[in-house]
Design a protein around this ligand. Structure first.
Ligand code: KIV
Ligand code: NA
Length: 265
């Protein structure tokens, strides 16, 4: 695929090809992620944690998300760019939700938005879709509701919540969403949901019975080292490599080993 669209993703599911998705929040990283062949780049509100150092995703603002998104959009040639609408910018009413989605699309040049929740935000999702803006859903452990959940443990282990999640996934498909992220739910349930809809289900901590996977870039690279959920696979240990390299730079500066004769004018 030369350029990924929301239709490409639905086609991938039909063909049994898994969707790769990863977060990025800035130009330099997005360029690497896009060049490496990732299908979907998520400008996640996890930027609140990863970029800004907040404890939750709640504090990040719409303006800040647009700043991250526009930086990412300038870097990509192939990936579909999806942007989280942040907490407080879509929950109060459908008009506000649409306004926020329009600002993201207009000011950043992104291709789609993502919102957390099911039936509670159905009307907002419809309003955004009516404006021609593709919407991705997000069910299961939805971090914007962390104070309702109280913990970051696995969701939908009980029958009632599992049933509600299944219905919400169906509703999101019917409403016209092009995909759904399922976060931290039992693998068996995620597989069942993936089999019940024709739009791609992208999992994080949801097992391999779904249509694709998403991770936070800085977790995959091992830049963050205090976050250790079972679902996380670290492909690098950049925390150690970077600490060592930067430590070496400090030593070299102190010892006047840097710069050397070839590194000066
Ligand atoms: O903000 C984010 O990074 C996300 C993914 C973890 C799905 O929503
Ligand atoms: Na998010």
């Amino acid at each position: 695929y030369k350029r990924i669209t929301t239709n490409t993703l639905v086609e991938m599911k039909k063909n049994g090809e898994k969707v790769s998705m990863l977060t990025a929040y800035d130009y330099t990283m997005a360029k690497i992620v896009d060049g490496a062949g990732v299908d979907v780049i998520l400008v996640g509100d996890s930027a609140s944690n990863v970029m800004a150092g907040h404890e939750t995703t709640l504090p990040i603002t719409l303006d800040q998300m647009i700043y991250h998104a526009s930086s990412v959009v300038r870097a990509i040639e192939r990936a579909l760019v999806v942007v989280d609408i942040p907490f407080g910018s879509y929950q109060s009413d459908p008009k506000e939700a649409l306004r926020s989605a329009i600002r993201i699309m207009k000011e950043s040049g992104a291709h789609a938005v993502k919102v957390e929740g099911g039936r509670e935000i159905k009307e907002s999702i419809k309003r955004i879709l009516n404006a021609g803006i593709p919407v991705m859903g997000h069910l299961g452990l939805t971090p914007q509701s962390i104070y309702k959940f109280g913990t970051y443990t696995v969701r939908a282990k009980e029958e009632q919540e599992a049933q509600q999640l299944k219905e919400d996934a169906k509703m999101l498909e019917r409403a016209g969403c092009f995909g759904i992220v399922l976060e931290k739910i039992p693998a068996k349930l995620a597989k069942e949901v993936a089999a019940s809809v024709s739009i791609p289900i992208i999992g994080i901590g949801a097992g391999n019975g779904v249509d694709g996977q998403v991770l936070v870039l800085h977790d995959l690279l091992g830049m963050t080292h205090e976050f250790n959920p079972r679902f996380l696979r670290r492909y690098m240990n950049l925390f150690e490599d970077m600490t060592e390299s930067i430590g070496q730079y400090v030593k070299d500066v102190k010892a006047v080993e840097f710069p050397n004769e070839n590194e000066q004018y």
